[in-house]
Design a protein around this ligand. Structure first.
Ligand code: IPM
Ligand code: MN
Length: 368
């Protein structure tokens, strides 16, 4: 029987309780589809940091590299200064394991949970490919004359041709394969007749960030024209993108963007798909170890109350199975999630689901 070794970092706050439900769903899918998952738990997070003074031991990275995938709950602790755990654990893993893609599907499962008037599941079904290793996140820059009246803060956006190109290529490949790969979004006959094809939108700010997005835009068209003629190329400024997310989300298929813009637009994306209770993402190294996570935070005030929606973590597990090549098991999880969202839950928000965290996990596992 096929077997996969998975590292699990439940992390802080409500991370452990949602990860428990994700594992429940993953085990149900594995049993049904005849493969095994071996989970190895790591206690990285705020509590360990407060105990040991170390966010992530160096040896951890070497250890994590041996797994095909990591499942992460949440990082963030009320007693630890903001930035320490985020940089020391989450960003460090993303960077050092070269998870250069942050893949964030935005998919509405039930019209009831969309805050936009009149938008239906078929209108909100796109994917954001966020560059995950560069941009404003590298930490390049610094403070000079700190604490004086003429203090200067510089935070630089790093965009390398190599980094941009590998991200764009991933996005083009993804756009080209998305419909074929996704059993839930086949083109409708009328769409085929209308000549609809895979579309990749570059989201940038070419009118102001004339160095960074000059590189992005040139690379986008060069690569697209040479290697992906079947993918329609489209461009939107980031500010306009947020406008279209609200007004015409049906225009999007796949969006590619830099690290900072991707961070911002995917929170908006999460809201239009029903909120943080359902939004998941994958930090992908196509040749190495990838890490899957619900994109909401550690929600410390809800810890242990059993009110957090575990579906985002379960969907992270689903993305992980898809990445591992267990497409049918992944599809089974998604079908189960859709069923639970449509037929059982009153709301997707914490405390308003009509079920506890573990009951939602049970419903999904039973449906699988
Ligand atoms: C996310 C988060 C992180 C980010 C933070 C916690 C560093 O907001 O995964 O989107 O900015 O990437
Ligand atoms: Mn974010």
């Amino acid at each position: 029987m096929k077997s996969y070794d998975i590292a699990v970092i439940p992390g802080d706050g409500t991370g452990p309780e949602v990860i428990r439900e994700a594992i429940k769903a993953l085990e149900a899918a594995a049993a049904k589809h005849e493969f095994r998952l071996q989970f190895t738990h790591y206690d990285f997070g705020g509590d360990r940091f407060l105990r040991t003074g170390e966010a992530l031991p160096d040896s951890a990275l070497e250890e994590l590299r041996r797994f095909p995938a990591i499942l992460l709950g949440a990082i963030g602790h009320p007693e630890v200064k903001p930035g320490i755990l985020e940089k020391g654990i989450l960003l460090r893993i993303r960077f050092e394991l070269e998870q250069y893609i942050n893949l964030r599907p935005v998919k509405l499962y039930d019209e009831r949970f969309c805050p936009l008037k009149g938008k239906k599941p078929e209108d909100i079904d796109f994917v954001v490919v966020r560059e995950n290793n560069e941009g404003l996140y590298t930490g390049a820059g610094g403070l000079v004359f700190k604490g004086t009246p003429h203090e200067v803060a510089i935070q630089e956006s790093v965009n390398t041709r190599r980094g941009v190109e590998r991200c764009l290529r991933f996005a083009f490949d993804y756009a080209r394969n998305r419909r074929a790969r996704s059993p839930w979004k086949g083109l409708k006959p009328e769409e085929v007749a209308a000549g609809k094809k895979a579309q990749l939108t570059l989201c940038g700010k070419t009118n102001v960030l004339t160095y960074a997005f000059d590189l992005w835009e040139r690379a986008f068209h060069e690569i697209g024209e040479a290697d992906y003629p079947e993918v329609k190329r489209d461009y939107a400024h980031v500010d306009a993108t947020t406008m279209w997310f609200v007004k015409n989300p049906e225009w999007f298929d796949v969006i590619v963007t830099d690290n900072m813009f991707g961070d911002i637009i995917t929170d908006l994306g999460a809201m239009i798909q029903g909120g943080m209770g359902i939004a998941a993402g994958g930090n992908i190294n196509p040749q190495g170890t990838s890490m899957f996570e619900p994109i909401g935070g550690s929600a410390p005030k809800y810890t242990g109350k059993g009110v957090i929606n575990p579906l985002a973590a379960i969907c992270a597990g689903q993305m992980m199975l898809e990445y591992l090549g267990e497409k049918e098991a992944a599809a089974a999880i998604e079908r189960a999630v859709i069923g639970v969202v449509r037929n059982k839950l009153k709301d997707l928000a914490a405390g308003r689901m009509g079920y506890s965290t573990s009951e939602v996990g049970d419903l999904v596992a039973e449906a699988i």
